[in-house]
Design a protein around this ligand. Structure first.
Ligand code: ATP
Length: 507
């Protein structure tokens, strides 16, 4: 725990020191759960967006993109259920005065018991070595079974209570599970209350005609209300998808953990419209496709896992999260939901307009079913930087901090450095910069010793450093240094473009 906290602190400090992420309005001591992306952070964030957009929209013939407005007609949120049901169950600890989400307290309790089971499995795996059969062990070991039973019972009680809107039942569960305030250890809890997460504001002049509107809490509804506009103008045939990247706003009750949970954040969502009855096939398809996308980033596979939902949102008939092992443990990175025809049907009802598709293959009109993939851009950013930042001890005993960001996402692709500030080196370096900068974001750096400059580029994740020295002027060669291996090589200036292109290729 202490280690995890330390680790997260280091990531936050690194992100700030090098201009990736700043607290919002920091000169006024910051605004809780709001962050600003600095010069390098905005580059990285844009690169992630571009990569998602390319993979989702440009590489799929049957997916197109939109960019809908943040403000939407207020009836949208009535129809979607957000006005009435976009609530979190809240509970306060009377002693510590800290506020928690009741569902999160239960989830954390479950995670603790799961950890106990995992420990039991690891121990047994060691003891039985090669003959160990994990599936059988989990199905038969009495201690594992007893713990699993506890988990299932707690999950079921929670699900039943939430579905019946039985907030006293939720409180009683917290008491029966003997859950203590993680900060103070106290078990002195208030009642559970529902709290709506949408931010509201007024549109129009104050007096008459002003109406309450909301900052969208998800980008998805902008896609649903445009279903027919897009289907008709882009001449889409089912199955097809509509993708969007944009801001969403939620008045999160507990907003800790840096950019993991913010009140203003960005989503990269895709709604995939399918024939009714085919949604499970497509749900499985998108679960797999999305995990594959994550794995192309080169982060190790064991940092991801699926978590199937027990407590489904009101609109879903199947839902899973792709969880990522963040510095504070496995948590939701992306949601894949089978949303049925709930949203389109609701919008039909509230707007009085038909939102249907005529399927020429089966000669039928229907309201399509929807599979949603919803990825938090900021969480993706955090996953990438927390995996990338490494403290390395080198062979000579010295150490360096390196940010091993996937090369194609790195803010700068190359650093261009004249060894000295004289003898024509800077001019030659700028000449090289000019030939590269149209295609690659490069940084020119002539300040400090070359060793210091290398360290600086390591710390911001620049895959290649290019050093220009007096020989460069004579023989048209430079030294390139690799961020990860720190190996140096003398290459011809004419080859730089193709060397960098190679480096940025997806593995
Ligand atoms: P959580 O359970 O963590 O609150 P959620 O299930 O409410 O998340 P969704 O409504 O499924 O999240 O939103 C889709 C994605 O949007 C999430 O997987 C996450 O990556 C991102 N996201 C949601 N809320 C936030 C937030 N407050 N800050 C940053 N990203 C968020």
């Amino acid at each position: 725990m202490a280690n995890q906290e330390e680790n997260l602190k280091n990531i936050i400090a690194h992100a700030k020191e090098y201009g990736f992420v700043f607290p919002s309005s920091e000169i006024y001591d910051g605004l809780s759960a709001a962050y600003d992306y600095g010069p390098l952070g905005s580059e990285l964030k844009n690169n992630i967006k571009q990569y998602w957009w390319k993979a989702m929209v440009q590489m799929n013939e049957n997916i197109v993109g939109i960019d809908a407005s943040i403000f939407m007609h207020p009836t949208t949120w009535k129809a979607s259920g957000h006005t009435d049901a976009f609530n979190d169950p809240l509970i306060d600890n009377k002693d510590s005065k800290k506020r928690y989400r009741a569902d999160v307290l239960v989830e954390e309790w479950v995670a603790k018991i799961e950890a106990k089971i995992d420990k039991e499995v690891t121990k047994a795996a060691k003891r039985f070595a090669d003959s160990f059969d994990e599936t059988q062990f989990r199905a038969t070991n009495p201690r594992v079974l007893a713990n699993q039973e506890k988990i299932d019972a707690a999950n079921n009680r929670f699900k039943t209570a939430m579905e019946a809107d039985d907030l006293d039942g939720v409180r009683q569960l917290i008491i029966d599970l003997d859950i203590a305030d993680p900060v103070s250890g106290s078990r002195n809890w208030t009642d559970v209350r529902q709290f709506n997460l949408m931010f509201s504001t007024e549109m129009g002049a104050m007096a008459d005609g002003a109406s309450t509107i909301y900052l969208r809490p998800e980008t998805a509804q902008g896609i649903f209300v445009n279903f027919l506009n897009v289907q008709k103008t882009a001449r889409m045939k089912i199955p097809f998808g509509i993708a969007q990247i944009g801001k969403a706003f939620r008045n999160e009750i507990i907003a800790r953990q840096f950019i993991f949970r913010m009140r203003e954040f960005e989503q990269m969502e895709m709604q995939f419209f399918v024939r009714p009855g085919e949604e499970m096939k497509w749900y499985e398809y998108w679960k797999e496709a999305r995990l594959k996308w994550h794995l192309t980033l080169g982060i190790s596979e064991d940092k991801y896992k699926f978590h199937d939902h027990l407590k489904m949102a009101h609109y879903a008939n199947a839902a899973a999260d792709i969880e990522y092992n963040f510095p504070f443990g496995f948590k939701e990175l992306e949601g894949i939901h089978s949303r049925t025809d709930f949203d389109l049907k609701q919008h039909e009802e509230y707007s009085g307009k038909k939102l249907q598709y005529f399927d020429p293959e089966i000669n039928e009109n229907y309201v399509p079913y929807v599979i949603e993939t919803s990825l938090g851009l900021d969480r993706m950013f955090l996953a990438i930087i927390s995996d990338a930042i490494r403290n390395e001890v080198l062979k000579d005993g010295s150490s360096r901090v390196v940010m091993a960001i996937p090369n194609f996402l790195a803010p700068y692709k190359a650093a261009i450095m004249p060894l000295t500030k004289k003898d024509g080196s800077p001019e030659k370096a700028r000449e090289i910069l000019n030939t590269l900068k149209m295609d690659f974001n490069c940084q020119y750096d002539e300040k400090d010793s070359i060793g210091k400059r290398y360290r600086r580029q390591d710390a911001i994740g620049t895959p290649i450093s290019i050093t220009i020295d007096h020989e460069s002027l004579d023989d048209n060669t430079v030294t390139i240094r690799d961020r990860d291996t720190m190996e140096q090589e003398r290459v011809s200036i004419d080859n730089l473009h193709s060397i960098i292109t190679d480096k940025l290729r997806l593995k």
